[in-house]
Ligand binder design. Structure first.
Ligand code: FE
Ligand code: ZN
Ligand code: FE
Ligand code: FE
Length: 191
């Protein structure tokens, strides 16, 4: 790789993100299928839709920048984060504990994306590419919201306890205990 300008740095960062988002289009359905909580599955599925839109937004950025072929590269960091997610998808044990672990894996992904889009947006701003920057900021906001939703599912709220609390109050339940595995966390008052 040769980097001679800030523009080269941006194009490389965009190629990395393009790969990362494509990998997530494949990984998110698997995360959704592995989720036991209805809300968590919905969160993964709706972020999958958003992710498809984020790929299109990157296509639009490449068009705006006059780049006919996006740099062909593999985001190694996303590949590794997804591998960690695969370990959780393959895990056996308590359904709520597995959901808590899935949330952790997904939040590592969102934080990585937030870092990358933050960098790319700053580079576009520095280069005066205002329209590109605003496209990247739109995705950055979606990644931030996805992360916040995951925090909310883990932590719970006024009306229901979160997946983390639920997992903490259970122990030794295996996945054959299906009672709670396919329903959303019960509404229990937080005390
Ligand atoms: Fe994304
Ligand atoms: Zn990367
Ligand atoms: Fe680390
Ligand atoms: Fe994301």
């Amino acid at each position: 790789m040769e980097l001679n300008s800030l523009s080269d740095v941006l194009i490389d960062a965009l190629g990395d993100l393009y790969s990362a988002e494509h990998q997530l289009v494949v990984a998110l359905p698997q995360m959704a299928a592995a989720a036991h909580s209805y809300e968590l599955r919905e969160a993964f599925e709706s972020h999958l839709d958003e992710t498809r839109g984020q790929v299109e937004r990157l296509d639009q950025v490449f068009v705006e920048m006059g780049i006919t072929f996006p740099p062909s590269k593999t985001c190694k960091a996303m590949a590794a984060l997804i591998l960690e997610g695969d370990d959780i998808i393959a895990a056996t044990g308590d359904s709520v504990a597995i959901d808590a672990a899935l949330i952790g894996a997904a939040q590592r992904v969102e934080h990585y994306e937030i870092a990358c889009y933050g960098t790319a947006s700053a580079l576009a701003g520095e280069l005066g590419l205002d329209s590109t920057r605003s496209l990247l900021e739109q995705t950055l906001e979606e990644e931030g919201n996805a992360n916040k939703l995951l925090t909310k599912l883990a932590a719970g709220g006024r009306l229901s306890s979160g997946i983390n609390r639920l997992a903490a109050t259970r122990s030794g339940n295996d996945e054959t205990d299906d009672e709670e595995s396919s329903v959303s966390p019960p509404s229990a008052p937080l005390t």
